[in-house]
Design a protein around this ligand. Structure first.
Ligand SMILES: Nc1ncnc2c1ncn2[C@@H]1O[C@H](COP(=O)(O)OP(=O)(O)O)[C@@H](O)[C@H]1O
Ligand SMILES: [Mg+2]
Length: 251
């Protein structure tokens, strides 16, 4: 059974067709990148795959179970998490508090966040463990909003990892950081995924150095359709992908 399977996804915003028959299957041990020009439907697809957006038509199954419209909290309990850019939403939470939100929700101890963090040794340990995995171990008391951009991105991803998901979806984990920092973030992310035992990573990414440097598989979207779904070498050799997505960049 595939981990994640989408079949015949269509999505309309009014009369505009943003997804036009997308099907895909994600197996274990895959790092998959979704690429495509602006407006291709990448964010719509991720929102449908993570149960946030109910497609106009089509099915999404996670571990064989229909997850259409399930919502992020129940989906996280099933084993799928995505980055939510929490750091942008709660800039005054500290690093530890930001990660604790995710840990507490995973352990089903919502409602006692603040006392959990001070009184609950298990939660404190988990928070520290995740912070350390992402190189934030000595910044747990810093406000998230005051972190450098690279650390904010790491914290965003760390919060999703704290849910201990089997599958993780990341929307541009390295956007807005310098080229050097991008690779550092990806290295940390890949190592943390190994340590935690994440079975598949799916990311939307614009930076082709990152896409080609880390992906086992690349899905190119264009006008709501899958243009190509293959290995990085296969993508480089696909004339339609080169014409519509890659341009002259890789040639
Ligand atoms: N809420 C919305 N209402 C109307 N049109 C939308 C909405 N969200 C996205 N779209 C349109 O759907 C298309 C796909 O958007 P999106 O999935 O965000 O693409 P991408 O992430 O690849 O840039 C775009 O043309 C966009 O303008
Ligand atoms: Mg988008």
């Amino acid at each position: 059974m595939p981990l994640l399977e989408a079949t015949g996804l269509f999505h309309y915003y009014g009369a505009f067709r943003a997804l036009n028959g997308v099907s895909l299957t994600i197996e274990e041990h895959q790092f998959v990148s979704i690429i495509g020009p602006n407006g291709a439907g990448k964010t719509t697809l991720v929102n449908v795959l993570t149960g946030l957006l109910r497609p106009s038509r089509g099915a999404v199954r996670f571990k064989g179970r229909d997850i259409v419209g399930l919502g992020p909290v129940r989906l996280a309990r099933l084993g799928m998490a995505r980055s939510f850019q929490l750091v942008n939403i709660f800039p005054r939470l500290t690093v530890a508090e930001t990660i604790a939100v995710a840990v507490v929700s995973r352990l089903g101890r919502g409602g006692r966040l603040w006392s959990s963090l001070t009184d609950d040794a298990e939660i404190r340990d988990r928070v520290l463990e995740v912070a350390s995995l992402f190189g934030l171990g000595d910044k747990t008391s810093h406000p998230a909003g005051a972190l450098p951009q690279g650390d904010k991105k790491l914290l965003d991803v760390a919060s999703a990892f704290a849910l201990r998901p089997e599958v993780i979806l990341l929307d541009e984990p390295t956007s807005g950081v310098s080229t050097g920092d991008k690779h550092a973030i990806m290295e940390v992310l890949v190592q943390a995924a190994k340590r935690i035992g994440i079975k598949a990573i799916i990311q939307v990414e614009h930076d082709m150095d990152i896409v080609f440097g880390y992906s086992d598989r690349i899905i190119a979207l264009h006008e709501g359709q899958v243009l190509a779904d293959t290995t990085p070498d296969g993508i480089r050799d696909d004339e339609r992908v080169v014409a519509t997505v890659l341009g002259k960049r890789t040639r």
